[in-house]
Design a binder for this molecule. Structure first.
Ligand code: SF4
Length: 373
């Protein structure tokens, strides 16, 4: 095992586009967090001196819970596993939770990296997304406080492809972000996920779903601006300076093993994928009562191959065809050649790497290379 993920399933407000698991009811917060500590202890049983290189507090909104809880999880992980001395320990935080006191407490707890859910520097956009924070929170002050706090690294999230977003607006967002001197940026094109408030609004014709061509132009501008600013495009949605790439997320894309704790969290041990129930009440009652709260499946060689294609092609390192469980070239050589000839795919020995043009179609290309049993 290399990565430990803790899913903190609470948010102050529901963002309209979000399909992560969370609850805005905080009543059961203590019981859920206690259940997570129990799950962590139970799952660690037998893993003995397993090494942990990264710990990631995701959600939900981890910055919503007391810093003492974060510290207790880290201490527990250190007691249960062999956590590397230089482990990357990330906390996702929302701008409205940033105070100098909290930053100090997180740092003292062992957090080494803050991932800030900025999303936009514009008031109208934050309102439209249903975010709990406003531009005052997302402003220079909170980001500057993180930069000053002395974490090993930090990153901000931005969303593009919003309805009627112009290139000028996106450029302005990137300029503000770059002015903050961030060492890492995660930028996501808005997608309308099923069963979200946004999907409901789109279905009723209340909002427009956004424009694919405009989003594609904004992705080009994003790549261009980050290149000029010296940030490496190391994964479709992620840009970082040397030494600031997310080690935790990179391990997902490389197929490294990880343990996920908390409602909806996923785990993977190389062959078996397990996922916990996405319901806080059912999770805590099952953990407390010692009954089942997760399902699992053993991945077939073709499922493993296809997952590695999907995640690997999204990265700057691409995918090593010689390292896949099944040989994709046996059945899909013509597809590879076709994408290569159209300037979307490069071949470096047995490694396939997307070009800038190919990055617009990463998932489509990966799916065209999928193999069946
Ligand atoms: S804060 Fe994050 S997890 Fe919570 S609803 Fe908004 S996008 Fe989803």
């Amino acid at each position: 095992m290399s990565g430990l993920y803790l899913h903190i399933p609470f948010c102050r407000k529901a963002c309209t586009y979000c399909d992560f698991h969370f609850s805005t009811s905080l009543d059961a917060q203590d019981r859920v967090l206690d259940a997570m500590r129990k799950e962590l202890a139970d799952r660690a049983g037998g893993s003995g001196d397993a090494a942990v290189g990264t710990i990631y507090f995701g959600g939900g909104t981890p910055s919503l819970i007391p810093a003492a809880r974060i510290a207790a999880f880290i201490q527990q992980a250190r007691a249960l596993f062999r956590v590397d001395a230089d482990a990357e320990i990330t906390l996702e935080a929302n701008p409205d939770d940033i105070t100098p006191e909290r930053l100090d407490a997180w740092k003292a707890a062992g957090i080494t990296r803050i991932s800030l859910g900025t999303q936009s520097f514009r008031e109208d956009r934050l309102k439209w997304m249903g975010r709990a924070h406003n531009t005052a929170h997302a402003s220079r002050a909170s980001i500057a406080a993180i930069a000053r706090a002395g974490f090993a690294s930090w990153t901000i999230d931005l969303i593009y492809g919003l309805p009627e977003m112009t290139l000028a607006e996106w450029d302005e967002q990137l300029t503000i972000a770059l002015d903050h001197g961030m060492p890492h940026l995660s930028a996501y094109g808005l997608t309308v996920e099923p069963r979200t408030a946004l999907a409901h609004q789109v279905a009723k014709g209340l909002v427009s779903p956004g424009d694919d061509e405009a989003q594609s132009a904004q992705f080009d501008r994003l790549m261009e601006r980050m290149k000029v600013a010296g940030l490496t495009h190391y994964e479709i949605s992620n840009f970082g300076r040397e030494g600031h790439f997310s080690r935790h997320n990179t391990s997902y894309w490389n197929g490294t093993h990880y343990l996920g704790i908390g409602p909806s969290a996923h785990s993977f041990n190389g062959n078996v994928r397990r996922w916990n129930v996405s319901n806080n009440q059912r999770y805590l009652v099952s953990v407390e009562g010692g009954t089942a709260f997760s399902e699992m499946e053993t991945l077939t060689p073709s499922q493993r191959t296809n997952e590695l294609l999907l995640t690997g092609l999204r990265t700057q390192w691409g995918v090593d065809l010689d390292a896949l469980p099944l040989d994709v070239r046996m059945v899909n050589e013509r597809t590879i050649v076709s994408y290569h000839d159209r300037g979307m795919l490069e071949r470096h020995g047995a490694r396939l790497v997307l070009t800038e043009r190919g990055r617009h179609f990463a998932d489509r290309i990966a799916m065209d290379l999928f193999v069946t049993e």
